[in-house]
Design a protein around this ligand. Structure first.
Ligand code: ZN
Length: 74
């Protein structure tokens, strides 16, 4: 798992990026960055952006991230 330098804007898990965090109970819910293209995958995290749950599945390949490393794509 990687986190971007700006935790408030994006969360990265298994090579997919999630953004637009919304408060959800005691934690946060983030939408896939391709939500507008029809991807309904979501992640739930704590307020500290620690992963809690992943729901849905992606309808697209992983985005190319210039700062991504192969070891993170397991
Ligand atoms: Zn997606």
């Amino acid at each position: 798992m990687i986190k971007t330098s700006d935790l408030k804007k994006a969360f990265i898990f298994q090579g997919f990026t999630y953004n637009r965090p919304r408060r959800k109970g005691d934690g946060l819910r983030l939408f896939c960055s391709s939500y507008r293209r029809g991807c309904k995958a979501l992640v739930f995290t704590t307020k500290e952006f620690n992963l809690v749950e992943v729901t849905g599945f992606h309808t697209h390949p992983r985005p190319r991230l210039h700062y991504c490393c192969r070891d993170s794509l397991k």
